[in-house]
Design a protein around this ligand. Structure first.
Ligand code: GDP
Ligand code: MG
Length: 173
């Protein structure tokens, strides 16, 4: 079975742990524990084949940016999360994307930008178009999600998985 390692990155409080838990266990965590950092395994089926995903939910607070290099080096694909109700979280992800592109320069890796908390539309500070523009300029995917309402969570991982499968296929052909 093919095995892929997916790293979840982004500023604190944007919902990295909530969306990881939603995908892994189907539950939503209301509480916020900024220290949670854990690795999860999930076997998924895609086009009649099974794949093993190793998902690392990082703590991603600013004092640990040097650790990020280590995580990025170990990853096959990346989820970079901001929260649509926080312009500062959106501004913060640019440097994370740059860091991934620099470290993975010789081996460009699938990446998806995620605008989480799209259920908080009344508090929205980042339009969907702004997210799309950032993704276009970074040549990666984009999706808005809600871990709370279970909107588009699976789609994050299936997008990356299809990118990963295409990448491996083009490398071996
Ligand atoms: P992390 O620091 O990025 O891991 O953030 P958490 O996953 O711990 O989430 C931070 C807070 O935001 C928690 O109180 C969550 O319940 C809340 N949260 C996470 N995702 C959503 C969402 O999609 N919608 C709303 N309304 N709240 C969310
Ligand atoms: Mg967390």
């Amino acid at each position: 079975m093919q095995n892929f390692k997916i790293i979840i990155l982004g500023p604190g409080g944007v919902g990295k742990s909530a969306l990881t838990q939603r995908f892994i266990s189907g539950n939503f965590i209301e509480a916020y524990d900024p220290t949670i950092e854990d690795c999860y395994l999930k076997t998924v089926k895609y086009k009649n084949k099974e794949y093993k995903l190793e998902i690392l939910d990082t703590a991603g607070t600013d004092q640990f940016t040097s650790l990020r290099d280590v995580y990025i080096n170990s990853g096959d694909a990346f989820v970079v999360v901001y929260s649509i109700d926080s312009i500062s979280s959106f501004n913060d992800i640019q440097s994370i994307i740059d860091q991934i592109c620099t470290i993975k320069e010789s081996d460009p890796s699938p990446l998806i930008i995620v605008g989480n908390k799209c259920d908080l539309d009344e508090d929205r500070e980042i339009s969907e178009e702004m997210g799309e523009m950032l993704a276009n300029s970074s040549r990666c995917s984009f999706i808005e999600t809600s871990a709370k309402l279970d909107l588009n969570i699976k789609e994050i991982f299936y997008d990356l998985l299809s990118q990963l499968i295409n990448k491996r296929a083009s490398m071996t052909s």
